[in-house]
Write a protein that binds this ligand. Sequence first.
Ligand SMILES: Cc1cc2nc3c(=O)[nH]c(=O)nc-3n(C[C@H](O)[C@H](O)[C@H](O)COP(=O)(O)OP(=O)(O)OC[C@H]3O[C@@H](n4cnc5c(N)ncnc54)[C@H](O)[C@@H]3O)c2cc1C
Length: 251
Amino acid sequence: MFLEGSFLGILPQMPVPTYTVTCTKNVLIVRDVYEFALSKPPGFIFEPGQYVLFDVPLVGDPADIQPRAFSLAALPEEPDLLFIAKLVPGGRMSRFVAESLSAGTTILMKGPMGRFVLDRTTDNRLLFVATGTGIAPFRPQILALLAADPLRRIDLIFGVRTEQDLFWMDMFRDLERKHPNVHFHPTLSAGSSSWGGHRGRVQAVIPQIVTDFSRLSLYACGNPEMTKGVKHLALTQWGMGKEDVHVEGYI
Ligand SMILES: Cc1cc2nc3c(=O)[nH]c(=O)nc-3n(C[C@H](O)[C@H](O)[C@H](O)COP(=O)(O)OP(=O)(O)OC[C@H]3O[C@@H](n4cnc5c(N)ncnc54)[C@H](O)[C@@H]3O)c2cc1C
């Protein structure tokens, strides 16, 4: 009889497939974030939280290609693949998204990849912590959780700099209205004087929202300094076990 582990151990690594995908929309949703959708190739199966690698051509020199990673922001059952991309000055993908990507553009995509997926073995309370476009994987993760387990307590902290950097607010406010167990905490590090919500770094906001860190699963995504900091605090100050702390740094 084969033992599953040893059987898998001798199998050659399965190559990750590459697909040609076509853009179906690309819109600027705040001053430096684009939301774009791509056609889903037949047979493309993924889990909420995973990412893909795009072969990104240099604008002006399409033969010069480099990979860039992007989290899948759609549910597996949604018809198109959804992504959000933050523009960084002089960035390769940033230029491609802002200048070349529109309905009908094709790009090579490899995936799915990554292990930043929901731990289905616990029924812990959930805390999602995002900065900027790090909120991308949490859209499908939260929607999938609510479909499977509609009463689970879910908190989502979404940190950006100012009011002008907030996006997807209606979507998460709407989820909060429909599900009393969902709590959305937009947080501004440099908000205006009229901002009435949380302020400061998301690391500092967490203990204002969670006082009991037992039976909690924490997922943090976005700025790698933030994800490192949150993980460190969770393990050294909040007494969490590493099996309950999941991070994805957008390096
Ligand atoms: C697993 C994974 C998933 C990711 N998912 C997403 C996602 O869903 N959405 C998303 O927007 N990004 C995501 N990223 C980050 C993304 O892959 C790129 O690194 C980022 O978009 C910058 O790419 P670029 O080609 O525009 O810039 P690059 O050409 O890589 O960089 C150009 C210049 O900008 C600097 N730079 C790079 N990033 C930043 C930054 N954030 N702030 C300031 N300066 C910067 C670089 O140091 C460089 O000098 C993810 C990263 C990982 C590892």
